[in-house]
Structures are given as C-alpha cells and as structure tokens.
Design a protein around this ligand. Sequence first.
Ligand SMILES: O=C(O)CCC(=O)C(=O)O
Length: 228
Amino acid sequence: MSVILVNDYFKNITIIAHNQSLSFMQNVRTLSKSEAQTVKDDNFHVKIFDSFLSLKDSDLFFQKLLININWRREKIFVWGKKRTTKRRVAWYADKGKKYSYSGLTLEPDNWDQDLFYIKQRIQNITHQEFNSVLLNEYPDGSVGMGWHSDDEKELGINPIIASVSLGAERDFLFRHKKDKSKEPVKILLKHGSLLLMMGSTQHHWHHSLPIRRKIKDKRINLTFRNIV
Ligand SMILES: O=C(O)CCC(=O)C(=O)O
C-alpha cells in the first residue's frame, strides 16, 4: 500500500483545464492492483482501492444487484421543491436503522447476502463495523448527484463512508465547503473500486457525482455507513 501525503501527491499530478473555469487535480500515478492511494490533508482524508473487487466479482455483483435489490424512486426535496429521483435508491440496514436525508426517511430492508458479503470485505480493511448501506442506481451519465456531504447527525462525528462502484466509470468531485483557495479534487470511480472517505472530510468538504452525458451505461453505487 502506498501512502501519499498531499504535498508529495501534488507534485505528481496534472492540473487539467475543465470546461467551466475550474481546474481539477488528476492523479497520473499508475498503481498495482492491490495498492490503495491515500490522499490526506488537514481536513481531507480519502483512500481509493481501484480494484477492490475482481472484474469477475464486479460483473457478477452488478448483474445480481440490478435484479435482487428492492429499487425504488423516491421523492426528495431539492432546493425546496419536491422531486422524484431519476436515480433509483435502496436502503439495507440492521433492524430499526432508518436514514433521513433531503426530507426523506428510508426504512431498512433486511440485508441481502451479496451486500452483506461486500460489507464484510470492507470491514476487513477498515476494522470498523457498518450497519447500513445506501444504494443508488444511475441509468446513464445524464443522471448525477449534486453537491452535498454525508454529515447527518445519525452518522456521528468523523464518519467513515465506504463507497463501492459498479458499472460505468464516473468522475467524483470534492470541493471545500468554505475555503475557495483549496483546489477541487477529482477521482475516477472505476468498476469494482472502493473509496473510503474518512476523518473530518464530511464536515469540511462537499462531494458530487457530475453529469456526464456521453456515458450511456448504468452505474450502481453502494455507500456503507454506520448509523449511531
Ligand atoms: O454515486 C456516488 O458515487 C455518489 C453517492 C453519494 O454521494 C452518496 O451516497 O452520498
């Protein structure tokens, strides 16, 4: 595992011009399969495992989750207006562990065996228990998720959020909540990857999944959480 402190990390990156006036950091290092990349700053701490799941497992879980999960479209509040989500969502958790966000409260379904297996694989790395997972299914790149942070009080202080991606590769962005001098961060979330967001990241940074209209394929994201 290679640990890259952020100052060293900055030396190894290319700043690419983006179509808005922002520039994003792009990691140009190539990592071996088992390696994780850590990016750490005062209030930013993420770890990325590009090949957390093998290609075979990733393909299999992707197909099985599309079929087996109790997917639903929910009504959430966005900028004060009630909207039906274009993405489909699901919430699996230990008994009684509800989750509320954007004016919506999700009642848990009982653990699906594949979700439970993936949860255990993550726990072997984090040595922290998760009792719930939020699933999002994006039909294609025309659907994303706006800027937010996972800082609801039921997640506790400095929560670890473990995000597994399956299907189409998508960019994932971070931007500091207050300090505009901090460069936004861009990470490519690959099929079978695991992103751990740790420390005080949720309290200081927003994240988003930007729209990428050229992407025509589906993607599933699983964010494992611990509701306290
Ligand atoms: O689909 C993604 O990777 C984003 C998910 C996310 O931001 C969330 O569940 O809070």
